[in-house]
Structure formats: C-alpha cells, structure tokens
Write a protein that binds this ligand. Structure first.
Ligand code: FE2
Ligand code: FE2
Ligand code: FE2
Length: 184
C-alpha cells in the first residue's frame, strides 16, 4: 500500500484524524447510552465505532511509507448531552462524510490515480451511508423512549460494513465472507 501525491496523502491524514475522533466519540456516547438505559443503542455506537477504527486503520496503512510528524486537521462533532442529541451528532458526522468529505477525497484519489487511497475512501463512503441510516432509525426509537432491537450487530473488519442481524453471506462492499465479521 502506498500513496504518491501530496493532496491525496493530506486527505488520507485528515480522514484518519476524523475517523479516529469518531471512534473515540462513539465509544463515549455508547457508554452513556448504556448508562441511560439503552444498552442496544450502546452496542450500536460501539459497533459503528469499531467500523470507524477499521476506516482509520485502512487510511493509516495506505500512508505507511509517509514517515514523520504531521499536524492533522479534521472535522469532528463535539458535545455530550442526551441520547437523542448524541445520535444527532452521529447522523450529522456521517452525513458530512457522505455528502462532502469522502466524495471529494475519492474523486481526488481517482484524479491522481491513487488506487490504494481510492479503495480506502470507497470502503468508508459506502459504510458511512449505512451508519447514517442506522443512527436515524435508532434516533426514531430513542425519541419514543425505546431502545433498538437486541439483535447482534455485525461489522466487516475489512471495510466497516455494518448490519443489525446477519443477513448477508458476503460483504456487499468488499466481498469478504461473513464468517470474519465482528459481532457486538
Ligand atoms: Fe468511517
Ligand atoms: Fe461511520
Ligand atoms: Fe467488507
């Protein structure tokens, strides 16, 4: 894995920063969901947080030959109030990635013929579309004071694909067999 162009490398570092912060934020919001009596939304935050860890790791690995210190600038949602607002933070962050960040990063990687970055951005973009929907569904339940279903949440360790209950045989994003999925 490698990257050759400075602009794609900058976007990989920024995406790495954003995913790392999302991973941490979802872990904090997951703890608080559990404390507030929503254990299944807590697992959703933790499962999606793991998917963001997968994205951060993929971006980091594409950058593995870029040795040295860098200052990373990346967007992040702040705030820690109640479950409905925390889920809104999740929705806002995912939609930013879907509508702004990853499409631009992916087009840049395509323009610069950066195949490893293209794969890493593509995996993240497709997984974030699912994350936004899962957070929206969970928020609708939380607004009614209800937790989501207790079904196991599965996450692909290659691309971050996420589903509630295991319905796919092969990952619809990266194609790997579902027996490698992590469960939450
Ligand atoms: Fe992500
Ligand atoms: Fe996400
Ligand atoms: Fe996958």
């Amino acid at each position: 894995m490698a990257v050759n162009n400075a602009m794609t490398a900058d976007f990989l570092r920024s995406a790495y920063g954003g995913e790392s912060m999302a991973h941490m934020r979802y872990s904090i919001w997951g703890d608080s969901a559990e404390k507030d009596g929503f254990p299944n939304i807590g697992r959703l935050f933790r499962g999606i947080g793991y998917a963001e860890w997968v994205h951060a790791k993929n971006h980091f690995n594409v950058l593995k030959d870029q040795v040295g210190d860098k200052t990373v600038v990346a967007g992040a949602v702040f705030g820690h109030t109640n479950i409905v607002e925390n889920l809104q933070g999740g929705i806002d962050g995912e939609l930013h990635e879907i509508e702004q960040m990853y499409p631009v990063y992916l087009e840049t990687a395509k323009f610069q013929d950066e195949n490893d970055a293209k794969r890493s951005f593509h995996y993240a973009l497709e997984a974030e579309k699912i994350h936004a929907r899962l957070f929206q569904d969970a928020q609708a339940d939380a607004k009614d004071g209800k937790d989501i279903s207790s079904e196991v949440i599965y996450v692909c360790p290659i691309c971050g694909f996420t589903e509630i209950g295991n319905h796919v045989h092969n990952c619809p994003i990266c194609g790997v067999k579902n027996d490698v999925f992590m469960s939450f």
